[in-house]
Design a protein around this ligand. Structure first.
Ligand code: NAD
Length: 296
C-alpha cells in the first residue's frame, strides 16, 4: 500500500476547509485550492479560527494546532495544488459537470499512482472515475459537516476501485480522527439518501402549513432525539447543495425524492442557508459579512 504523505483539496468551500483542517491535524502536508481567491482567503481565516477554538476548548494542544497550521499550503491553481499529491480530495459543488471537469484535469496533472477521491454527497463514483485512466484509484470519501467535528467518513467503492485504494483512504480517514464505513456505491450512499428524504419531507410539511419551521425542528429534536432539526441542518448544509442531491436522487431512485416546490423556490430566491445569510432562518451576522465582502 503506497504511503500517503501529501493531500490536496480542490475547492475551499464549507467542506474543503474542514477536510484541509482535519488532514493537517492528522499529520499530512495539505495543499488547498479554490477557483475563487476570496474563498481561499476565507478558508485560511476559518481554518485558523477553528484551530484556535479547538485549543481554547482543550481539544487540541497549542503545539499540535501550530503544527497543523504550518502544514497547510494555499495554492493558486489546480496544477500547483495537485502535481505533488499522493491523494487529491475534490470538494467542488455538487454538479456532475464540475466533478467530471476536475477529474479529467487531475488525471492529466497527477502522477499515475495518485489516488483521486470525490467528496460528492450522492453521485456515482464509477461515472466520475470513467473520465480518467485510473478508475481503480478513484473512490468516494464522503465527509460530514462540520468536518472537524463530525466523526463519520463514508468510503465509497466504485465498480473498479481496488482494495489497496480503499485501505489507504480508510487509513487516512482514521488518522484524521474518523470512524470509517466502507460501502458499495449507490445514489446518496447511506447518509444522504436518508437525510435528503427527511429534509425534503420537512419542507413538504412546511409548505402544507402543518407547523412552523421552528416547531418542526423542535419536534424532531425533542420527540425523535435528532441533535438538529431538519431546517437547522439544511441551513448548515446549504439549500443549493441539498437541492442538487435531491435532483440526482429523484433521477436515479424515483418519485419519492422529488424536490419540494418550496425548497426550489427558496433556492431561486438565493436563500441558500447560513452561507448566504438567509435560508429557512435568518443569519444577520453572516449577511452583514457577505455584504462587506461584496462591496470590496
Ligand atoms: N455542505 C455539506 O454539508 C456537505 C456535506 C457532505 C458533502 N458535501 C459535498 O461536498 C462538495 C462541496 O460542497 P460544499 O458544501 O463545500 O460547497 P460550497 O459551495 O461551500 O464550496 C464549493 C467550493 O468549490 C469552489 N469551486 C467551484 N468550482 C471549482 C473549480 N473548478 N476548482 C476549484 N474550486 C472550485 C467554489 O468556489 C467554492 O468555494 C459537494 O459535492 C457536496 O455535495 C457537502
Amino acid at each position: 500500500m503506497a504511503e500517503i504523505k501529501t493531500i490536496s483539496v480542490i475547492g475551499a468551500g464549507i467542506m474543503g476547509r474542514g477536510i484541509a483542517h482535519s488532514a493537517a491535524l492528522g499529520g499530512y502536508r495539505t495543499i488547498i485550492e479554490d477557483i475563487v481567491p476570496a474563498s481561499l482567503r476565507r478558508a485560511e481565516t476559518e481554518i485558523r479560527a477553528n484551530l484556535d477554538k479547538a485549543v481554547e476548548l482543550g481539544k487540541v494542544t497549542k503545539e499540535a494546532a501550530d503544527a497543523a497550521h504550518a502544514r497547510v499550503e494555499y495554492a493558486g491553481s489546480v496544477e500547483e495544488a495537485a502535481r505533488e499529491a499522493d491523494l487529491v480530495i475534490e470538494a467542488v459543488p455538487e454538479e456532475m459537470e464540475s466533478k467530471i471537469e476536475i477529474f479529467t484535469l487531475l488525471d492529466k496533472i497527477c502522477r499515475p499512482e495518485t489516488i483521486l477521491a470525490s467528496n460528492t454527497s450522492s453521485f456515482s463514483i464509477t461515472e466520475i472515475a470513467s473520465v480518467t485512466y485510473r478508475a481503480p484509484k478513484c473512490l468516494g470519501m464522503h465527509f460530514f459537516n462540520p468536518v472537524h467535528k463530525m466523526k463519520l467518513l463514508e468510503v465509497v467503492r466504485g465498480l473498479e476501485t481496488d482494495e489497496s485504494t480503499l485501505s489507504a483512504c480508510s487509513e487516512v480517514g482514521r488518522r484524521m480522527g474518523k470512524e470509517v464505513v466502507v460501502i458499495r456505491e449507490s445514489p446518496g450512499f447511506i447518509t444522504s439518501r436518508i437525510n435528503a428524504l427527511i429534509g425534503n419531507e420537512a419542507f413538504n410539511m412546511l409548505q402544507e402549513g402543518v407547523a412552523s419551521a421552528s416547531d418542526i425542528d423542535k419536534a424532531l429534536k425533542l420527540g425523535l432525539n435528532h441533535p438538529m432539526g431538519p431546517f437547522e441542518m439544511v441551513d448548515l448544509v446549504g439549500l443549493d447543495t441539498r437541492l442538487h442531491i435531491l435532483e440526482y436522487l429523484h433521477k436515479t431512485l424515483g418519485e419519492k425524492f422529488r424536490p419540494s416546490a418550496l425548497m426550489v423556490q427558496y433556492v431561486k430566491a438565493g436563500r441558500l442557508g447560513r452561507k448566504s445569510g438567509r435560508g429557512v432562518y435568518d443569519y444577520p451576522e453572516q449577511a452583514k459579512a457577505e455584504k462587506v465582502k461584496a462591496s470590496k
